[in-house]
Design a protein around this ligand. Sequence first.
Ligand SMILES: *Cc1c(COP(=O)(O)O)cnc(C)c1O
Length: 242
Amino acid sequence: MMTDIISNLAVIHARINEACRKAGRLSSEVKLLLATKTVAAHNICIALRNGETLIGENKVQELEDKYDSLKTIPHQTHFIGHLQTNKIKKVIQYADCIQSLDRMELARKLHKQLQQEGKTMEVLIQVNTSAETSKFGIEPAHAAAFVKEIAGLGALKIKGLMTIGLFSAEENKVRDCFKLLGKVKNEISGLNIPGVEMKELSMGMSGDLEIAIEEGATIIRVGTAIFGKRIHPDSYYWNEAK
Ligand SMILES: *Cc1c(COP(=O)(O)O)cnc(C)c1O
Protein backbone atom coordinates (compact mmCIF):
# COMPACT_ATOMS: atom_id res chain seq x y z
CA MET A 1 0.00 0.00 0.00
CA MET A 2 2.77 2.41 0.95
CA THR A 3 4.68 1.90 -2.30
CA ASP A 4 1.40 2.12 -4.23
CA ILE A 5 0.55 5.51 -2.75
CA ILE A 6 4.01 6.89 -3.39
CA SER A 7 4.17 5.63 -6.97
CA ASN A 8 0.59 6.78 -7.64
CA LEU A 9 1.56 10.24 -6.41
CA ALA A 10 4.48 10.27 -8.81
CA VAL A 11 2.11 9.41 -11.66
CA ILE A 12 -0.29 12.19 -10.66
CA HIS A 13 2.49 14.77 -10.46
CA ALA A 14 3.72 13.67 -13.87
CA ARG A 15 0.17 14.10 -15.23
CA ILE A 16 -0.06 17.56 -13.65
CA ASN A 17 3.31 18.58 -15.06
CA GLU A 18 2.45 17.34 -18.53
CA ALA A 19 -0.97 19.02 -18.52
CA CYS A 20 0.62 22.29 -17.37
CA ARG A 21 3.30 22.07 -20.03
CA LYS A 22 0.66 21.55 -22.72
CA ALA A 23 -1.43 24.41 -21.39
CA GLY A 24 1.56 26.75 -21.08
CA ARG A 25 1.14 27.00 -17.33
CA LEU A 26 3.57 26.54 -14.46
CA SER A 27 3.10 23.41 -12.33
CA SER A 28 3.35 25.69 -9.30
CA GLU A 29 0.03 27.27 -10.33
CA VAL A 30 -1.83 24.02 -9.64
CA LYS A 31 -2.20 22.65 -6.13
CA LEU A 32 -2.90 18.96 -5.60
CA LEU A 33 -5.55 18.30 -2.97
CA LEU A 34 -5.76 14.70 -1.81
CA ALA A 35 -9.41 13.67 -1.56
CA THR A 36 -9.10 11.44 1.50
CA LYS A 37 -12.66 10.30 2.19
CA THR A 38 -12.62 6.75 3.62
CA VAL A 39 -8.79 6.71 3.54
CA ALA A 40 -7.23 5.63 6.84
CA ALA A 41 -5.07 8.19 8.63
CA HIS A 42 -1.92 6.07 8.32
CA ASN A 43 -2.30 6.04 4.54
CA ILE A 44 -2.81 9.81 4.48
CA CYS A 45 0.36 10.10 6.56
CA ILE A 46 2.31 8.25 3.86
CA ALA A 47 1.29 10.91 1.34
CA LEU A 48 2.00 13.80 3.70
CA ARG A 49 5.41 12.42 4.62
CA ASN A 50 6.08 12.11 0.91
CA GLY A 51 5.70 15.88 0.54
CA GLU A 52 1.97 16.45 0.05
CA THR A 53 0.50 19.38 1.95
CA LEU A 54 -3.21 19.57 1.21
CA ILE A 55 -6.05 17.17 1.96
CA GLY A 56 -9.83 17.39 1.61
CA GLU A 57 -12.53 15.58 3.56
CA ASN A 58 -16.23 15.21 2.73
CA LYS A 59 -17.56 14.39 6.14
CA VAL A 60 -17.10 16.23 9.40
CA GLN A 61 -16.95 12.94 11.26
CA GLU A 62 -13.90 11.89 9.25
CA LEU A 63 -12.25 15.27 9.82
CA GLU A 64 -12.67 14.76 13.52
CA ASP A 65 -11.64 11.09 13.59
CA LYS A 66 -8.37 11.63 11.72
CA TYR A 67 -7.40 14.99 13.21
CA ASP A 68 -5.22 13.71 16.06
CA SER A 69 -3.36 11.22 13.87
CA LEU A 70 -2.48 13.89 11.32
CA LYS A 71 -1.91 17.02 13.38
CA THR A 72 1.82 16.50 13.94
CA ILE A 73 2.50 16.58 10.17
CA PRO A 74 2.17 20.10 8.75
CA HIS A 75 -0.64 20.29 6.18
CA GLN A 76 -3.84 22.11 5.31
CA THR A 77 -7.31 20.57 5.40
CA HIS A 78 -10.19 21.67 3.20
CA PHE A 79 -13.79 20.62 3.65
CA ILE A 80 -15.16 19.52 0.26
CA GLY A 81 -18.47 17.81 1.12
CA HIS A 82 -21.99 19.06 1.52
CA LEU A 83 -22.07 20.89 4.83
CA GLN A 84 -25.02 20.77 7.18
CA THR A 85 -25.48 23.78 9.44
CA ASN A 86 -25.47 21.61 12.59
CA LYS A 87 -21.84 20.67 11.82
CA ILE A 88 -20.55 24.24 11.61
CA LYS A 89 -18.84 24.32 15.00
CA LYS A 90 -16.86 21.19 14.27
CA VAL A 91 -15.87 22.18 10.77
CA ILE A 92 -14.50 25.46 12.12
CA GLN A 93 -12.46 23.50 14.61
CA TYR A 94 -10.85 21.18 12.06
CA ALA A 95 -10.79 22.77 8.59
CA ASP A 96 -8.67 25.54 7.11
CA CYS A 97 -11.01 26.21 4.21
CA ILE A 98 -14.56 25.27 3.22
CA GLN A 99 -14.83 24.66 -0.51
CA SER A 100 -18.55 23.92 -0.52
CA LEU A 101 -20.27 27.13 0.51
CA ASP A 102 -23.46 27.02 -1.53
CA ARG A 103 -26.31 28.72 0.26
CA MET A 104 -27.22 31.81 2.23
CA GLU A 105 -28.38 30.09 5.40
CA LEU A 106 -25.04 28.28 5.66
CA ALA A 107 -23.08 31.49 5.00
CA ARG A 108 -24.96 33.43 7.69
CA LYS A 109 -24.65 30.73 10.33
CA LEU A 110 -21.00 30.13 9.54
CA HIS A 111 -20.26 33.85 9.76
CA LYS A 112 -22.11 34.16 13.05
CA GLN A 113 -20.26 31.25 14.65
CA LEU A 114 -16.88 32.50 13.40
CA GLN A 115 -17.60 35.95 14.79
CA GLN A 116 -18.50 34.49 18.16
CA GLU A 117 -15.15 32.68 18.19
CA GLY A 118 -13.22 35.66 16.87
CA LYS A 119 -12.09 33.66 13.83
CA THR A 120 -12.19 33.91 10.05
CA MET A 121 -12.49 31.12 7.47
CA GLU A 122 -11.39 30.85 3.87
CA VAL A 123 -14.23 29.70 1.63
CA LEU A 124 -14.85 28.77 -1.98
CA ILE A 125 -18.29 29.04 -3.50
CA GLN A 126 -19.52 25.72 -4.88
CA VAL A 127 -21.17 26.15 -8.27
CA ASN A 128 -23.28 23.48 -9.96
CA THR A 129 -21.88 23.60 -13.48
CA SER A 130 -23.42 20.33 -14.68
CA ALA A 131 -27.07 21.32 -14.11
CA GLU A 132 -27.60 17.95 -12.42
CA THR A 133 -30.09 18.18 -9.61
CA SER A 134 -28.20 15.45 -7.76
CA LYS A 135 -25.24 17.74 -7.25
CA PHE A 136 -24.98 20.56 -4.78
CA GLY A 137 -23.86 24.05 -5.57
CA ILE A 138 -25.32 27.36 -6.52
CA GLU A 139 -26.59 27.83 -10.05
CA PRO A 140 -24.06 29.60 -12.28
CA ALA A 141 -26.51 32.39 -13.07
CA HIS A 142 -26.98 33.13 -9.36
CA ALA A 143 -23.36 32.90 -8.27
CA ALA A 144 -22.44 36.58 -8.66
CA ALA A 145 -25.48 37.77 -6.74
CA PHE A 146 -24.72 35.25 -4.01
CA VAL A 147 -21.13 36.44 -3.67
CA LYS A 148 -22.31 40.06 -3.54
CA GLU A 149 -24.71 39.17 -0.78
CA ILE A 150 -22.20 37.34 1.39
CA ALA A 151 -19.26 39.67 0.71
CA GLY A 152 -20.39 41.75 3.67
CA LEU A 153 -19.99 38.82 6.04
CA GLY A 154 -16.48 39.73 7.10
CA ALA A 155 -15.55 36.46 8.78
CA LEU A 156 -15.85 34.66 5.43
CA LYS A 157 -12.78 35.15 3.26
CA ILE A 158 -13.95 34.35 -0.28
CA LYS A 159 -11.04 32.95 -2.31
CA GLY A 160 -12.67 31.51 -5.41
CA LEU A 161 -14.96 28.82 -6.78
CA MET A 162 -15.32 25.06 -6.69
CA THR A 163 -17.23 22.66 -8.90
CA ILE A 164 -17.75 18.96 -9.42
CA GLY A 165 -17.94 18.58 -13.17
CA LEU A 166 -20.13 16.25 -15.12
CA PHE A 167 -19.18 12.57 -15.13
CA SER A 168 -19.20 11.79 -18.77
CA ALA A 169 -17.10 10.01 -21.30
CA GLU A 170 -17.77 12.97 -23.56
CA GLU A 171 -14.80 15.20 -23.00
CA ASN A 172 -16.49 18.26 -24.45
CA LYS A 173 -19.31 18.11 -21.93
CA VAL A 174 -16.84 17.83 -19.06
CA ARG A 175 -14.84 20.70 -20.49
CA ASP A 176 -17.98 22.84 -20.76
CA CYS A 177 -18.47 22.55 -16.98
CA PHE A 178 -14.93 23.76 -16.30
CA LYS A 179 -15.22 26.53 -18.89
CA LEU A 180 -18.42 27.66 -17.23
CA LEU A 181 -16.73 27.87 -13.83
CA GLY A 182 -14.00 30.01 -15.40
CA LYS A 183 -16.64 32.25 -16.92
CA VAL A 184 -18.39 32.71 -13.58
CA LYS A 185 -15.03 33.51 -11.99
CA ASN A 186 -14.34 36.20 -14.59
CA GLU A 187 -17.81 37.63 -14.16
CA ILE A 188 -17.36 37.91 -10.39
CA SER A 189 -13.79 39.23 -10.69
CA GLY A 190 -15.09 41.96 -12.98
CA LEU A 191 -17.41 43.22 -10.27
CA ASN A 192 -14.43 44.13 -8.04
CA ILE A 193 -16.34 43.38 -4.87
CA PRO A 194 -14.38 44.61 -1.85
CA GLY A 195 -12.90 41.75 0.17
CA VAL A 196 -13.62 39.14 -2.50
CA GLU A 197 -10.73 37.34 -4.15
CA MET A 198 -11.30 35.12 -7.18
CA LYS A 199 -7.93 33.43 -7.36
CA GLU A 200 -8.83 29.78 -6.83
CA LEU A 201 -10.66 27.49 -9.24
CA SER A 202 -11.07 24.08 -7.60
CA MET A 203 -12.02 21.61 -10.32
CA GLY A 204 -10.85 18.35 -11.82
CA MET A 205 -10.53 14.89 -10.26
CA SER A 206 -8.76 11.60 -11.03
CA GLY A 207 -10.36 11.17 -14.44
CA ASP A 208 -10.46 14.70 -15.77
CA LEU A 209 -7.63 16.67 -14.16
CA GLU A 210 -5.93 17.37 -17.50
CA ILE A 211 -9.05 19.06 -18.89
CA ALA A 212 -9.46 21.06 -15.68
CA ILE A 213 -5.85 22.25 -15.81
CA GLU A 214 -6.29 23.32 -19.43
CA GLU A 215 -9.34 25.30 -18.34
CA GLY A 216 -7.53 27.09 -15.52
CA ALA A 217 -7.82 24.93 -12.39
CA THR A 218 -5.65 26.08 -9.49
CA ILE A 219 -6.69 23.22 -7.20
CA ILE A 220 -7.35 19.70 -8.45
CA ARG A 221 -8.91 17.16 -6.08
CA VAL A 222 -7.67 13.61 -6.53
CA GLY A 223 -8.66 10.51 -4.57
CA THR A 224 -9.04 7.24 -6.45
CA ALA A 225 -5.93 7.62 -8.60
CA ILE A 226 -3.83 7.89 -5.42
CA PHE A 227 -5.55 5.77 -2.80
CA GLY A 228 -7.54 3.29 -4.91
CA LYS A 229 -11.25 2.65 -5.35
CA ARG A 230 -13.84 3.40 -2.69
CA ILE A 231 -16.69 1.03 -1.80
CA HIS A 232 -19.57 3.50 -2.15
CA PRO A 233 -20.49 5.58 -5.19
CA ASP A 234 -19.37 9.21 -5.01
CA SER A 235 -22.92 10.50 -4.57
CA TYR A 236 -22.86 8.84 -1.16
CA TYR A 237 -20.01 11.04 0.03
CA TRP A 238 -21.23 14.27 -1.51
CA ASN A 239 -24.10 14.46 0.89
CA GLU A 240 -23.01 15.07 4.46
CA ALA A 241 -26.44 14.00 5.68
CA LYS A 242 -25.84 10.37 4.77
C1 LIG B 1 -14.06 12.17 -3.95
C2 LIG B 1 -14.01 13.54 -4.43
C3 LIG B 1 -13.00 13.95 -5.31
C4 LIG B 1 -11.97 13.00 -5.88
O1 LIG B 1 -12.54 12.09 -6.75
P1 LIG B 1 -11.67 10.92 -7.43
O2 LIG B 1 -12.45 10.55 -8.63
O3 LIG B 1 -11.58 9.83 -6.42
O4 LIG B 1 -10.35 11.48 -7.76
C5 LIG B 1 -13.00 15.27 -5.70
N1 LIG B 1 -13.91 16.15 -5.23
C6 LIG B 1 -14.87 15.80 -4.37
C7 LIG B 1 -15.83 16.82 -3.90
C8 LIG B 1 -14.95 14.49 -3.95
O5 LIG B 1 -15.93 14.14 -3.11
